[in-house]
Design a protein around this ligand. Sequence first.
Ligand SMILES: [Zn+2]
Length: 424
Amino acid sequence: MATEIPEGASLLIEQIGTLAVVPPGPIVGAQMRTVPVINDASLLVRDGRIAWFGPTSDAPLDEGAYVLSADGGCVIPGLIDPHTHIPFAGDRSGEFTRRLGGETYLSIMEGGGGINSTSRAVRSASFDELVSENLPRLERMLENGVTRVECKSGYGLRPEDELKQLEVIRALDQQQPIDLEATYLGAHAIPGEFADRVDDYLAEIADPALLTEISGRGLARFCDVFCDRGAFNVDQARLVLTRAAEAGLRPKIHADELAQIGATRLAGEVNAISADHLEQIDDGGITALREAGTVAVVLPGTSFFLGIEHCNARRLIEADLPVALATDYNPGSCMIESLPWIMNIACCQLRMVPSEVLAACTANAAAALDVHQRVGAIKVGFDADLVLLDVPSLESWFYTPGLPRVHAVIKSGQIVYRRPEHAR
Ligand SMILES: [Zn+2]
C-alpha cells in the first residue's frame, strides 16, 4: 500500500476543524452522549502511534514531520465493525425479492435457502475464489473509514470448510490494510444433512480437538453461536461456548434476534465479551449483560434490511450498557457493508445522537473485540488509526447520509486511503 510519508518521519495532521476526542472504551451513559471535541486542532503521529494532540496554537515543533491538512474537516478514530459475516460467496438476491413478496427469513431458511444456500456456495468455492470475492468488500469498507473488522466463519458448517473460511480470513488480513479479528461460528446453522441430528453436529463442530486447533493456530480469538428460535437452543449454545472457552476462545453470541429464549442470560453466564442483535432483549437479559460487563452490539442494518422491529438501543444506553454498532454484513439479512450508513440508521431509527453513534463505532466496538487498550480512541500511545472527514462536524456527517465524506484514512500512522480528488 503506497504512502508518501518518508521512512522514520512523523506525521502532523493540521487544520483539523473538529477533533473528536473519543475516550478509550468501554464507555456508557452520559460518556457516550458527550464525546469531547477540540476545535482548530492538530495531531502528531510518531512510530505509528498518537504522540500528541491539542489546539494548533500549542502544537510542538517537529521540523521533519510530513504534514497532512484536514482542510478544516473532522478527524475521528478509525471506525471498527465488530460483527460481519465476511467471507461469504454466492448470491441471494432472489431471496431478497421473495422476502419483499411476504416470505419470512425463517420460512426461507426452513425451505433450504438462507444460511444453507450460502453454505453450499462457500463449500464449493476454492480458497483463492473466497479470497478474491471478499477482498473488494474490504477495500470498499476502508473507503468508508473502517480500519478494523470482525470476520466470522459459519458458512462452512463442517470442520474442513470452517477451517478453510478461517484461513481465508487470515489471508485477507495479510492482503489489505484493515486489521481483521476472526471468530469461529461453527454453530451458525444446522446443516441439512444433520437436520434431525443436532447433537451429532455439535459433536463435530464443538469437538475439543477442533476448538484447540483453532485457538492454538491463532485462527480465531472468539467463538460465536446463533442462539435463537430456528437455530441452537440455550443448552446447545452453552455446550459450544463452554468448550470454546476451555480451549481459549472468548465467547460471543447472536442473541435475542428473532425470539426471547434466554440467550442474553446465557451471555452473562458464560461471560461473553459481546451479545449481538438484542431486538427481543428483556429486563433479565439487560441485567445479565451489565453484571458480566458484556458489550451490547446492536445491528440496525439487519432490522432495516429485513423490515423487522429495531432493537431498543435507547433502553440499553439508559441501562448503562456499553452499546456498540456493527453492519452484520452478510448475504441474507443485511447486504449493507457501509458502516456510515448503519450509523445514519442508528441516528434516524434508533434515536441515538451523533456522539453516541461515534462512541459505538469506535471505543465500544473496540471493547467488543477486546482491543480497547490500544485502538478506538484518541489517546497518546494508542495506534494512529484515524479518519479525516470533509465535513465540519459529526452532525453534518450524519445529516447528509449516502455521500462519500471520507477524505483520508490513516492506519498505524500510514496513509492507506485518499479519496481521488484529494490525492496529489
Ligand atoms: Zn450475524
